[in-house]
Design a binder for this molecule. Structure first.
Ligand SMILES: [Fe+2]
Length: 383
């Protein structure tokens, strides 16, 4: 069961933040008793849960009071499919008919020594696009890196190494992990409400966005803070036919946020709207509200039509039929295929603490790293 944190809000969630200027700005807002902004999902939900409260302290206390005793145990059935791999009995719990499976019965520090097990997990990951694990908090950060290396090349914090964000405007980049500069630490607590709560695929503003991402939860809120995933194959299939025909061969511009800037320059990349998954050969809709701003200039699309087309695509994001949720506990890990699902944190847990660690993974096969579109009849599965 998830435990409520006993940490004091006056202590930074990580000691490295204490003298950090960005953290100090957050801290000042907290010291001034200003509630979290409604422009952030964490703030919006907080105000919805306790309307009309203008004091941050009172707002936090009111919510903590609502949450007191909300989770005091758990029971119930888990639906699963058994699988035996290399003599290890696994239980595979589907989160949704198409995407997301939690693999129970595995210890990631000891059970990945055989090629068969790694192959099994990678094929499961390709098919289900998100796989999760429970009770892995005994993995050190280095062991998490070793786990990631079984599936791909560990990338920099945002994938490819050419781009090294050095923006002071991203709290996630302020915590440096000794010896593991590739690891991104995602802190959130009462002082720093922080969650990537919008549909996106990681770092698509890179020319070669990361194949996959791994998220490890070190500390979970007692409830809330799930990560949601959305099926990009279904997003493509669900587009109105006329829209599909219109956008099939278009390219779109993906623009990073201010937190992704390097030397003050915002990164961007142009990618196909319809993308062929380089391993499964399925067509995905490779457009998401997180980073896509417009279509490529070469198409000369009128602003009104551009808005309408982007809106049609946005309507596909997060439809219940396309999505699953992964609820975190300390020691839970999720690994997803950025080429086939979008994800969004559920920013509903302020003022609780949530501490995550993220790694990106790049395809070992470099020829598959750049997004492309090959209409169905021309593309061939690569495995
Ligand atoms: Fe993300």
């Amino acid at each position: 069961m998830r435990q409520r944190s006993e940490h004091s809000a006056s202590e930074p969630i990580d000691s490295q933040l204490a003298d950090n200027p960005l953290y100090q700005k957050f801290k000042q807002r907290a010291d001034d008793d200003k509630p979290p902004s409604r422009s952030n999902a964490l703030g919006a939900i907080a105000h919805a849960r306790s309307p009309g409260v203008t004091s941050r302290r009172a707002l936090a206390d009111a919510i903590l009071n609502q949450d007191k005793g909300l989770v005091v145990g758990h029971f119930g059935t888990i639906r699963y499919k058994p699988a035996s791999v290399c003599g290890i009995d696994l239980k595979l719990e589907p989160l949704h008919p198409s995407i997301g499976t939690i693999v129970h019965g595995i210890d990631l520090t000891t059970d990945l020594t055989t090629k068969e097990m790694v192959t099994f997990l990678r094929e499961l990951w390709l098919e289900r696009r998100v796989i999760g694990f429970r009770n892995q908090n005994h993995l050190s950060r280095h062991q998490l890196v070793e786990f990631a290396e079984k599936f791909g090349e560990v990338g920099a914090q945002f994938g490819e190494r050419e781009h090294k964000p050095n923006s002071p405007h991203d709290i996630n980049q302020q915590i440096k992990v000794p010896d593991i500069p590739d690891m991104l630490v995602l802190p959130s607590d009462e002082v720093v409400p922080n969650a990537a709560s919008g549909w996106h695929s990681d770092a698509t503003w890179q020319e070669r966005p990361p194949m996959g991402s791994i998220l490890m939860c070190r500390e979970a809120p007692p409830i809330g803070g799930d990560t949601c995933f959305c099926d990009c194959y279904a997003m493509w299939e669900g587009l109105p036919l006329a829209t599909k025909r219109r956008v099939e061969f278009l390219r779109a511009v993906h623009v990073g946020s201010v937190g992704h800037q390097m030397d003050g320059k915002t990164p961007s990349a142009v990618h196909p709207v319809a993308r062929t998954h380089p391993e499964t050969c399925h067509t995905t809709l490779f457009v998401q509200q997180g980073f896509v701003r417009r279509f490529a200039d070469e198409h000369n699309i009128e602003p009104e039509e551009e808005r309408e087309l982007l809106w049609q695509m946005r309507m596909q994001e997060g439809r219940p039929e396309y999505t699953c949720r992964f609820a975190w506990e300390a020691g839970s890990i999720a690994m997803w295929d950025n080429r086939a699902v979008l994800h969004s944190a559920s920013g509903d847990f302020w003022p609780h603490r949530r501490m995550m660690e993220r790694l990106t993974i790049l395809d070992y096969d470099k020829t598959r790293r750049t997004p492309f579109y090959a209409p169905k009849e021309q593309s061939q599965p690569s495995h």
